[in-house]
Write a protein that binds this ligand. Structure first.
Ligand SMILES: [Zn+2]
Ligand SMILES: [Zn+2]
Length: 368
């Protein structure tokens, strides 16, 4: 994908560094995501464009090769944060800002915005590494949705290494203090920014902020503590779950080296039932009665989700009348369930035999 960084910043190909800086401030201010009417995507684009065009080396490569130059293997390793890597606003203060007098914008405000944005982001990144959340879907029967069930599913994801339990250390070897950061988990470094050289603290890339490294690395995961594999996950699907509801399993998402695993979200799809429908905590079904049964009353065997029961149809029921069987619906709590509602439909005979016709003629005389 070739991006026109000059166009993004709204400057000419021959723009001076000063003009590029000014254009960047204006647009960064405008699109800042914490601002009303801000636009995070545009903000990132603008930032990315600025990082390239403000750097003489990068700019000349960009002019030659286009925006793909960074992917050409020229040692720009480890940039996982889109455009933010290698450029840090988190440390500068208003005082630094005033020292820089080149642009006519509301500097105090911009300073707040940037320190909120970058500062917050950096802190969050240093404190907790967390794996990605993942989601999947599971299809269950109607009956399982009412009473709940357990399911085992296979998911291919980055999981903790079973050999070292995620530590990355070869079994039998302890974790040792990280020499790169002296066990601090953080590294202080001087960084050159547009506001001058500032001290910056960043997470140690060797121990990833934990301050410890394996004494000898685990062979199975090569010291990462995690690797991609197929893992069986047991899901507990609670009773009364509805079609489309999510079950969340904390810590069953993607694992990450020296961090907390994300969560696993399982969307539950409930297959429809040929007889029962769910209405709130009640189950609803239709029952076709013969005309004579509707008039005289009878007992009907009914196959419920709990097994067969016998319902008594009182005499003289009318069409669409509803019979309520208490406690045969959806479990609400341990000792409470909704009801089964049986909607009665009276099936009238299609063609009458001669004998039936005669009998009904008799009924007619009775005024029925
Ligand atoms: Zn391992
Ligand atoms: Zn370290």
């Amino acid at each position: 994908m070739n991006k026109d960084y000059y166009n993004i910043l709204g400057v000419d190909k021959g723009a001076s560094k000063e003009d590029i800086k000014k254009a960047f401030y204006k647009l960064a201010h405008k699109y800042h995501p914490d601002k009303k009417g801000g636009n995070e995507a545009k903000f990132k684009q603008v930032n990315e464009a600025y990082q390239v065009l403000s750097d003489d080396g990068k700019r000349s490569k960009y002019d030659q090769f286009g925006s793909g130059f960074e992917n050409m293997g020229t040692g720009h390793g480890g940039s996982t944060q889109g455009g933010f890597e290698g450029f840090d606003f988190s440390g500068f203060s208003g005082r630094n800002g005033q020292a820089y007098g080149g642009a006519d914008f509301d500097f105090g405000n911009l300073n707040d915005i940037f320190s909120d944005f970058f500062g917050g982001g950096m802190r969050a990144r240093a404190e907790a590494r967390r794996g990605r959340d993942i989601s999947t879907e599971v299809q269950i029967s109607f009956s399982d949705s009412i009473f709940g069930t357990n399911r085992k599913i296979l998911i291919t994801k980055t999981s903790n290494c079973p050999a070292c339990n995620g530590s990355g250390a070869k079994p039998g070897f302890k974790m040792e203090t990280c020499k790169h950061c002296n066990g601090q988990g953080k590294i202080r470094e001087q960084k050159r920014t547009i506001f001058g050289t500032i001290a910056n603290t960043k997470i140690c890339e060797v121990c990833l902020g934990t301050g410890e490294v394996p004494g000898e690395i685990c062979d199975k995961c090569r010291g990462k503590g995690v690797f991609r594999r197929e893992e069986e996950v047991s899901i507990i699907i609670p009773s009364g779950i509805r079609d489309g509801e999510m079950v969340r399993m904390t810590g069953f998402g993607e694992a990450i080296s020296r961090g907390t695993a994300g969560d696993l979200y399982i969307k539950i799809n409930v297959a429809p039932h040929p007889v029962f429908k769910r209405e709130g905590n009640n189950l609803v079904m239709n029952l076709n009665l013969k005309l004579s049964d509707a008039l005289l009353g009878t007992k009907y065997p009914i196959q419920t989700l709990d097994g067969e029961i016998e319902v008594t149809i009182p005499e003289g029921v009318t069409i669409n009348e509803i019979l309520r069987v208490r406690g045969k619906g959806v479990p609400v709590s341990k000792n409470k369930r909704g009801d089964l509602l049986i909607k009665l439909n009276i099936k009238l005979p299609g063609k009458l035999s001669r004998q039936s016709r005669e009998l009904i003629e008799e009924l007619k005389k009775e005024g029925i």
